[in-house]
Design a protein around this ligand. Structure first.
Ligand SMILES: Cc1ncc(COP(=O)(O)O)c(C=O)c1O
Length: 289
């Protein structure tokens, strides 16, 4: 069983189709649905409950302590994909397990090394028996070239940086997230309430979603568009992720541009956009001239 929010992501769909499991959606009552399904399916020999830690379309964080509690109760195996949590959440950046105070985790933990760790590849941890099984039966491992040494060296370097500088980097990242979120919300945009450093602007149509993303891209801002079927029909989201860049400059660009860009989409909103600009109060200290 795979439990997730109402946003459909390719990885969810692919994972579920590979193992033929049903997906329980509805983040709001995830816990209730999960418990109900577990109680109903208790006769199965082996059940995995699979969830992401940070749901990356909107930045919500799974109540994984509760989900793990349920897994303990029903003696099933929790699987956590911490791709968007590792190096981002947790007191020292160790991801969802640290964030939720879970120690001696006995389930399966996976993470991509291509998100905050900014390289390629992924990791999977679990019991020795499980890892042996994966090692000798996963086509991606058996028939594929191993990660090159340069990538491994880069990953090690990032881990060193996280270990030594996480506090500084993470406080900068949260500060940027707050700035982006508050500027956009003051401007009247409808935003997702993500707890992770992700801010998604809700758009009303595929057209606005793509247009906004393209215009941001032309200004060297990478934002991700989500359009149907990833989101419900008639809606769209543009995701902006706060990084920990040393300079405030890219953040400020993000703060200024969406209002201006959307102004180009809806000229009648111009006054509102100008108000944001003034509210945020940019100065030359941010490198804006
Ligand atoms: C939750 C989650 N897990 C795994 C992946 C796959 O990561 P990679 O591109 O490193 O294979 C993604 C990619 O977007 C993801 O969002």
């Amino acid at each position: 069983m795979r439990v997730k929010d109402e946003i459909k992501k390719a990885v969810d769909m692919y994972g579920a189709s590979l193992c033929g499991t049903p997906i329980a959606t509805g983040y709001a009552d995830i816990y209730r649905k999960c418990e109900k399904k577990l109680a109903r399916n208790a006769h199965y020999r082996r059940i995995f409950v699979v969830t992401e830690s940070v749901f990356s379309t909107e930045g919500s964080i799974a109540p994984f302590d509760e989900i793990k509690g349920l897994c303990d109760k029903y003696k099933v195996i929790p699987v956590i994909d911490d791709s968007h949590g590792i190096s981002v959440i947790g007191k020292s950046g160790r991801g969802i397990l640290e964030e939720k105070g879970i120690s001696h985790f006995k389930g399966i933990y996976t993470a991509s090394l291509g998100k905050a760790i900014a390289h390629a590849g992924g990791m999977i941890t679990g019991s020795k028996k499980f890892i042996d099984y994966i090692r000798y039966s996963t086509p991606g491992l058996i028939y594929s070239t191993a990660l090159p040494p340069a990538i491994i060296a880069g990953i090690c370097k990032v881990l060193d940086i996280i270990q030594s500088d996480f506090n500084t980097l993470s406080s900068r990242m949260w500060e940027y997230k707050k700035m982006i979120q508050s500027a956009l919300s003051k401007a009247g945009y409808h935003l997702s309430n993500g707890e992770a450093p992700i801010t998604s602007i809700n758009c009303n149509s595929t057209h606005d979603t793509i247009l906004l993303t393209k215009k941001l891209f032309m200004e060297h801002i990478i934002a991700t568009p989500f359009i149907p079927p990833s989101v419900p029909p008639g809606s769209g989201k543009v995701r902006i992720i706060a990084g920990a860049n040393r300079k405030g400059y890219p953040v400020i660009i993000v703060l200024i541009l969406p209002p201006l860009i959307l102004a180009a989409v809806r000229i009648s909103d111009w006054e509102r956009h100008l108000r944001v600009w003034r509210t945020v109060g940019f100065g030359n200290e941010w490198g804006i001239h």
